[in-house]
Design a protein around this ligand. Structure first.
Ligand code: ATP
Length: 282
């Protein structure tokens, strides 16, 4: 049985990978990703960019080992071509046990994670839950200190630990979700739009938390984000998808400066209009 290797380099490797959603309601299998090849080196932060429906979340969920998590069968992601490995674990036909081992090392922040916090738990319980599920024996003081440090970084007062999700603002809920995704010290973090829907004042706090985490742990990350502040602060390489295929890839500045694909040019223009100049002018 494959065991995840936390120090694997590359941390993620895809070769000609194709992913599909199963046929349902009389429809046909839908191929969401086609012939995708890239690597994420150990300690590297890669961003996946692309328009809505280009396959970013599908890739993210699959690589985080959560391709089968969705309740409905129709939302389960199938590897239908090529190969992928994460922390040296081949992703084809993952057994339940191997998947559980892998997800102990890979953090996942789903899109709109803040909206899916368990309503019956207070923030303290929500943050402790991943640790409690793993083992009842842990150093409470050390965990408490880490939670306090992360709360401080994202400017959440400790009093919030007693509050329930409905008592928090959307941005506060999202910050709690980001902290939660880091609670098990993932060596590989997959984050789908971590700052989406968070107001401009609070977005840099999430960026700061992820930067702090990376500096502390040298974790590898796959980020889906069109947030300039986040790309600028964290990302070395970008991968651009369109209709499930790779249409641009490389150093963030190079890709946008020398975009030879129509969509990449459009994306670069859109990002530039949102202060991307700050990056390219450096
Ligand atoms: N559960 C599902 N069943 C069938 N098709 C799906 C399912 N989820 C997504 N898709 C399809 O797969 C394609 C890729 O979707 P995906 O969510 O990965 O794109 P995305 O780039 O993350 O989009 P967004 O930026 O809007 O989140 C889309 O055409 C989408 O309609």
């Amino acid at each position: 049985m494959a065991h995840p290797v936390p120090e694997a380099d590359p941390c993620v490797s895809l070769s000609d990978l194709s992913l599909a959603y199963p046929a349902h309601a009389g429809g046909r299998t839908f191929q969401a990703v086609e012939g995708l090849s890239f690597e994420v080196g150990r300690g590297e932060v890669v961003a996946l960019l692309g328009e809505s429906g280009s396959g970013k979340s599908t890739v993210a969920r699959f690589l985080a080992g959560r391709g089968n998590d969705a309740g409905e069968k129709s939302a389960r992601i199938k590897l239908v071509g090529g190969s992928a490995s994460v922390l040296d674990v081949p992703m084809k036909r993952l057994s339940r046990r191997t998947r559980a081992r892998l997800t102990a090392y890979t953090g996942f922040l789903s899109q709109e994670a803040g909206a899916t916090l368990t309503p019956e738990l207070n923030v303290g319980e929500i943050l402790m839950e991943p640790i409690m599920e793993r083992s009842k024996r842990f150093d409470r003081d050390a965990v408490g200190e880490r939670i306090a440090e992360m709360m401080d970084l994202v400017a959440l007062p400790l009093a919030k630990l007693q509050e329930y999700p409905y008592e928090l603002s959307k941005g506060q809920r999202q910050r709690v979700a980001v902290i939660r995704s880091l609670m098990l010290d993932p060596v590989f973090l997959v984050a789908d739009e971590p700052t989406l829907g968070v107001d401009a004042n609070n977005r840099p706090k999430i960026v700061k938390l992820l930067q702090w985490y990376r500096e502390r742990t040298n974790a590898s990350m796959l980020l889906i984000s069109h947030d300039i502040g986040m790309l600028e602060a964290l990302v070395q390489e970008v991968i651009v998808l369109q209709e499930g295929q790779l249409v641009g890839r490389g150093d963030i500045n190079e890709v946008f400066r020398h975009a030879d694909h129509g969509y990449v040019q459009l994306l670069a223009q859109a990002l530039r209009a949102n202060a991307y100049d700050e990056i390219v002018d450096e």
